[in-house]
Design a protein around this ligand. Sequence first.
Ligand code: AP5
Length: 211
Amino acid sequence: MKLILLGAPGAGKGTQATRLAEHYQIPHISTGDIFRANLKAQTELGMKAKTYMDAGLLVPDELTVDLVMDRISQEDCANGYILDGFPRTLAQAAALDAKVQIDAAVDVEVPDENIVSRMAGRRVCPACGEPYHTEWKVPKKEGICDRCGAELIIRKDDEPETVLKRLVVYHDQTQPLIDHYGSMDRLVTVDGTLSVEEVTEAIVSALEARA
Ligand code: AP5
Protein backbone atom coordinates (compact mmCIF):
# COMPACT_ATOMS: atom_id res chain seq x y z
CA MET A 1 0.00 0.00 0.00
CA LYS A 2 1.50 3.33 -1.08
CA LEU A 3 -0.36 6.20 0.52
CA ILE A 4 -0.07 9.97 0.59
CA LEU A 5 -1.64 12.01 3.38
CA LEU A 6 -2.75 15.47 2.28
CA GLY A 7 -4.27 18.16 4.47
CA ALA A 8 -3.62 21.55 6.03
CA PRO A 9 -1.00 21.98 8.77
CA GLY A 10 -2.51 20.46 11.90
CA ALA A 11 -5.19 18.52 10.04
CA GLY A 12 -3.99 15.34 11.75
CA LYS A 13 -1.74 13.84 9.07
CA GLY A 14 0.95 12.80 11.55
CA THR A 15 -1.61 11.40 14.00
CA GLN A 16 -3.29 9.34 11.29
CA ALA A 17 -0.02 8.29 9.64
CA THR A 18 1.20 6.74 12.92
CA ARG A 19 -2.04 4.76 13.27
CA LEU A 20 -2.17 3.68 9.61
CA ALA A 21 1.50 2.63 9.69
CA GLU A 22 0.64 0.33 12.59
CA HIS A 23 -2.53 -0.94 10.89
CA TYR A 24 -0.86 -1.72 7.56
CA GLN A 25 2.60 -2.50 9.02
CA ILE A 26 4.41 -0.15 6.62
CA PRO A 27 6.79 2.75 7.33
CA HIS A 28 5.55 6.26 8.13
CA ILE A 29 7.69 8.79 6.27
CA SER A 30 7.24 12.39 7.42
CA THR A 31 9.34 15.01 5.64
CA GLY A 32 8.73 17.40 8.55
CA ASP A 33 10.13 14.80 11.00
CA ILE A 34 13.12 14.17 8.73
CA PHE A 35 13.91 17.91 8.61
CA ARG A 36 13.47 18.23 12.40
CA ALA A 37 15.75 15.23 13.02
CA ASN A 38 18.36 16.83 10.75
CA LEU A 39 18.03 20.09 12.60
CA LYS A 40 18.52 18.33 15.94
CA ALA A 41 21.63 16.63 14.56
CA GLN A 42 22.76 20.04 13.19
CA THR A 43 23.32 18.71 9.68
CA GLU A 44 23.69 21.07 6.73
CA LEU A 45 20.24 20.02 5.48
CA GLY A 46 18.72 20.70 8.91
CA MET A 47 20.28 24.17 9.12
CA LYS A 48 19.07 25.04 5.60
CA ALA A 49 15.55 23.72 6.27
CA LYS A 50 15.27 25.60 9.59
CA THR A 51 15.17 29.03 7.92
CA TYR A 52 12.13 28.03 5.85
CA MET A 53 10.36 26.04 8.56
CA ASP A 54 10.64 28.79 11.18
CA ALA A 55 9.14 31.25 8.67
CA GLY A 56 6.25 28.90 7.85
CA LEU A 57 7.51 28.47 4.27
CA LEU A 58 8.15 25.31 2.28
CA VAL A 59 11.66 23.94 2.07
CA PRO A 60 12.72 24.21 -1.61
CA ASP A 61 11.88 21.23 -3.84
CA GLU A 62 15.56 20.61 -4.64
CA LEU A 63 16.24 19.86 -0.95
CA THR A 64 13.14 17.71 -0.57
CA VAL A 65 12.57 15.54 -3.64
CA ASP A 66 15.84 13.54 -3.68
CA LEU A 67 15.56 12.96 0.05
CA VAL A 68 12.16 11.28 -0.34
CA MET A 69 13.08 9.39 -3.52
CA ASP A 70 16.06 7.95 -1.68
CA ARG A 71 13.98 7.05 1.40
CA ILE A 72 11.28 5.19 -0.56
CA SER A 73 13.96 3.17 -2.40
CA GLN A 74 15.05 1.59 0.89
CA GLU A 75 14.31 -2.02 1.66
CA ASP A 76 11.71 -1.43 4.38
CA CYS A 77 9.54 0.37 1.77
CA ALA A 78 9.25 -2.69 -0.47
CA ASN A 79 5.65 -3.37 0.66
CA GLY A 80 4.62 0.26 0.67
CA TYR A 81 4.73 3.36 2.88
CA ILE A 82 2.76 6.32 4.11
CA LEU A 83 4.01 9.71 2.95
CA ASP A 84 3.07 12.40 5.49
CA GLY A 85 3.74 15.92 4.22
CA PHE A 86 5.06 14.93 0.79
CA PRO A 87 4.30 15.87 -1.93
CA ARG A 88 3.45 19.45 -1.10
CA THR A 89 3.90 21.14 -4.47
CA LEU A 90 2.93 20.14 -8.00
CA ALA A 91 6.65 19.76 -8.83
CA GLN A 92 7.09 17.29 -5.95
CA ALA A 93 3.99 15.38 -7.10
CA ALA A 94 5.37 15.20 -10.66
CA ALA A 95 8.66 13.77 -9.34
CA LEU A 96 6.80 11.15 -7.31
CA ASP A 97 4.38 10.25 -10.14
CA ALA A 98 7.37 9.69 -12.43
CA LYS A 99 8.79 7.11 -10.01
CA VAL A 100 5.82 5.23 -8.49
CA GLN A 101 2.11 4.74 -8.80
CA ILE A 102 0.49 5.49 -5.46
CA ASP A 103 -2.66 3.66 -4.35
CA ALA A 104 -4.40 6.66 -2.82
CA ALA A 105 -3.97 10.25 -1.69
CA VAL A 106 -6.00 10.80 1.47
CA ASP A 107 -7.15 14.37 2.06
CA VAL A 108 -7.86 14.94 5.77
CA GLU A 109 -10.22 17.93 5.59
CA VAL A 110 -10.28 20.40 8.50
CA PRO A 111 -11.55 24.00 8.16
CA ASP A 112 -8.99 26.75 8.81
CA GLU A 113 -10.91 27.99 11.85
CA ASN A 114 -10.27 24.69 13.69
CA ILE A 115 -6.57 24.67 12.83
CA VAL A 116 -5.27 27.52 14.98
CA SER A 117 -6.83 26.15 18.19
CA ARG A 118 -5.56 22.66 17.41
CA MET A 119 -2.05 23.94 16.95
CA ALA A 120 -2.18 25.99 20.15
CA GLY A 121 -2.73 22.79 22.14
CA ARG A 122 -0.27 20.61 20.27
CA ARG A 123 2.69 19.06 22.07
CA VAL A 124 5.11 16.74 20.30
CA CYS A 125 7.74 14.24 21.27
CA PRO A 126 11.12 15.46 19.97
CA ALA A 127 12.48 11.88 20.09
CA CYS A 128 9.86 9.75 18.30
CA GLY A 129 7.61 12.42 16.75
CA GLU A 130 4.38 11.25 18.43
CA PRO A 131 1.88 14.17 18.52
CA TYR A 132 -0.23 15.00 21.62
CA HIS A 133 -2.87 17.60 22.43
CA THR A 134 -3.64 19.31 25.72
CA GLU A 135 -7.37 18.52 25.32
CA TRP A 136 -7.78 15.70 22.80
CA LYS A 137 -4.74 13.53 23.27
CA VAL A 138 -3.32 13.92 26.73
CA PRO A 139 -0.24 11.83 27.66
CA LYS A 140 -0.64 9.42 30.60
CA LYS A 141 2.06 11.32 32.51
CA GLU A 142 1.96 15.10 32.06
CA GLY A 143 4.60 16.37 29.65
CA ILE A 144 6.05 12.90 28.95
CA CYS A 145 5.74 10.81 25.78
CA ASP A 146 3.75 7.58 26.32
CA ARG A 147 5.74 5.80 23.64
CA CYS A 148 9.36 6.61 24.51
CA GLY A 149 9.42 8.60 27.77
CA ALA A 150 10.98 11.78 26.30
CA GLU A 151 9.88 15.23 27.48
CA LEU A 152 7.25 16.79 25.19
CA ILE A 153 7.88 20.15 23.51
CA ILE A 154 5.93 22.89 21.68
CA ARG A 155 7.04 23.19 18.05
CA LYS A 156 8.56 26.54 17.14
CA ASP A 157 6.39 26.81 14.02
CA ASP A 158 3.19 26.43 16.10
CA GLU A 159 3.21 30.13 17.08
CA PRO A 160 -0.15 31.55 15.88
CA GLU A 161 1.40 33.95 13.30
CA THR A 162 3.50 31.16 11.81
CA VAL A 163 0.47 28.85 11.69
CA LEU A 164 -1.46 31.51 9.73
CA LYS A 165 1.45 31.82 7.30
CA ARG A 166 1.60 28.02 6.91
CA LEU A 167 -2.13 28.01 6.10
CA VAL A 168 -1.64 30.60 3.35
CA VAL A 169 1.23 28.54 1.91
CA TYR A 170 -0.91 25.38 2.14
CA HIS A 171 -3.82 26.92 0.18
CA ASP A 172 -1.49 28.41 -2.39
CA GLN A 173 0.96 25.55 -3.05
CA THR A 174 -0.40 22.28 -1.63
CA GLN A 175 -4.19 22.45 -2.09
CA PRO A 176 -3.85 22.16 -5.91
CA LEU A 177 -2.67 18.57 -5.28
CA ILE A 178 -6.24 17.66 -4.31
CA ASP A 179 -7.37 18.31 -7.90
CA HIS A 180 -4.22 16.65 -9.22
CA TYR A 181 -4.90 13.33 -7.45
CA GLY A 182 -8.65 13.69 -8.07
CA SER A 183 -7.99 13.83 -11.80
CA MET A 184 -5.93 10.61 -11.46
CA ASP A 185 -8.82 8.93 -9.58
CA ARG A 186 -6.58 8.45 -6.54
CA LEU A 187 -8.29 10.88 -4.14
CA VAL A 188 -9.96 9.81 -0.87
CA THR A 189 -11.49 12.60 1.23
CA VAL A 190 -12.26 12.21 4.94
CA ASP A 191 -13.72 14.56 7.54
CA GLY A 192 -10.77 15.41 9.80
CA THR A 193 -12.98 17.10 12.41
CA LEU A 194 -14.19 13.72 13.68
CA SER A 195 -12.41 12.00 16.57
CA VAL A 196 -8.97 10.53 15.90
CA GLU A 197 -10.41 6.98 15.96
CA GLU A 198 -13.32 7.91 13.65
CA VAL A 199 -10.94 9.49 11.13
CA THR A 200 -8.80 6.32 11.05
CA GLU A 201 -11.91 4.17 10.57
CA ALA A 202 -13.12 6.43 7.74
CA ILE A 203 -9.74 6.17 5.99
CA VAL A 204 -9.47 2.39 6.35
CA SER A 205 -13.04 1.80 5.12
CA ALA A 206 -12.58 4.16 2.16
CA LEU A 207 -9.35 2.35 1.21
CA GLU A 208 -11.02 -1.07 1.57
CA ALA A 209 -13.90 0.09 -0.64
CA ARG A 210 -11.39 0.99 -3.37
CA ALA A 211 -9.43 -2.28 -3.17
P1 AP5 B 1 5.19 19.13 8.89
O1 AP5 B 1 5.82 18.65 10.10
O2 AP5 B 1 4.79 18.17 7.84
O3 AP5 B 1 3.97 20.05 9.31
P2 AP5 B 1 2.50 20.24 8.70
O4 AP5 B 1 2.16 19.64 7.41
O5 AP5 B 1 2.33 21.70 8.76
O6 AP5 B 1 1.67 19.40 9.56
P3 AP5 B 1 1.73 19.28 11.07
O7 AP5 B 1 2.80 18.31 11.48
O8 AP5 B 1 1.80 20.66 11.66
O9 AP5 B 1 0.29 18.74 11.39
P4 AP5 B 1 -0.38 17.34 11.10
O10 AP5 B 1 -1.34 17.46 9.98
O11 AP5 B 1 0.64 16.24 11.05
O12 AP5 B 1 -1.25 17.23 12.41
P5 AP5 B 1 -1.01 16.43 13.78
O13 AP5 B 1 -1.30 14.98 13.58
O14 AP5 B 1 0.30 16.81 14.41
O15 AP5 B 1 6.11 20.21 8.17
C1 AP5 B 1 6.72 21.24 8.91
C2 AP5 B 1 7.52 22.12 7.97
O16 AP5 B 1 8.53 21.33 7.28
C3 AP5 B 1 6.71 22.76 6.82
O17 AP5 B 1 6.08 23.95 7.22
C4 AP5 B 1 7.82 22.99 5.78
O18 AP5 B 1 8.59 24.10 6.11
C5 AP5 B 1 8.70 21.76 5.94
N1 AP5 B 1 8.29 20.66 5.03
C6 AP5 B 1 7.79 19.43 5.39
N2 AP5 B 1 7.53 18.69 4.30
C7 AP5 B 1 7.85 19.46 3.22
C8 AP5 B 1 7.77 19.26 1.82
N3 AP5 B 1 7.31 18.11 1.28
N4 AP5 B 1 8.19 20.27 1.01
C9 AP5 B 1 8.66 21.41 1.51
N5 AP5 B 1 8.74 21.68 2.85
C10 AP5 B 1 8.34 20.71 3.68
O19 AP5 B 1 -2.21 17.04 14.62
C11 AP5 B 1 -2.20 18.40 15.03
C12 AP5 B 1 -2.78 18.49 16.47
O20 AP5 B 1 -4.16 18.15 16.43
C13 AP5 B 1 -2.12 17.50 17.46
O21 AP5 B 1 -2.04 18.12 18.70
C14 AP5 B 1 -3.08 16.31 17.48
O22 AP5 B 1 -3.04 15.60 18.73
C15 AP5 B 1 -4.43 17.00 17.25
N6 AP5 B 1 -5.36 16.16 16.49
C16 AP5 B 1 -5.08 15.35 15.45
N7 AP5 B 1 -6.20 14.75 14.98
C17 AP5 B 1 -7.21 15.23 15.75
C18 AP5 B 1 -8.63 15.00 15.76
N8 AP5 B 1 -9.22 14.18 14.88
N9 AP5 B 1 -9.36 15.65 16.69
C19 AP5 B 1 -8.75 16.49 17.58
N10 AP5 B 1 -7.44 16.72 17.63
C20 AP5 B 1 -6.66 16.11 16.72
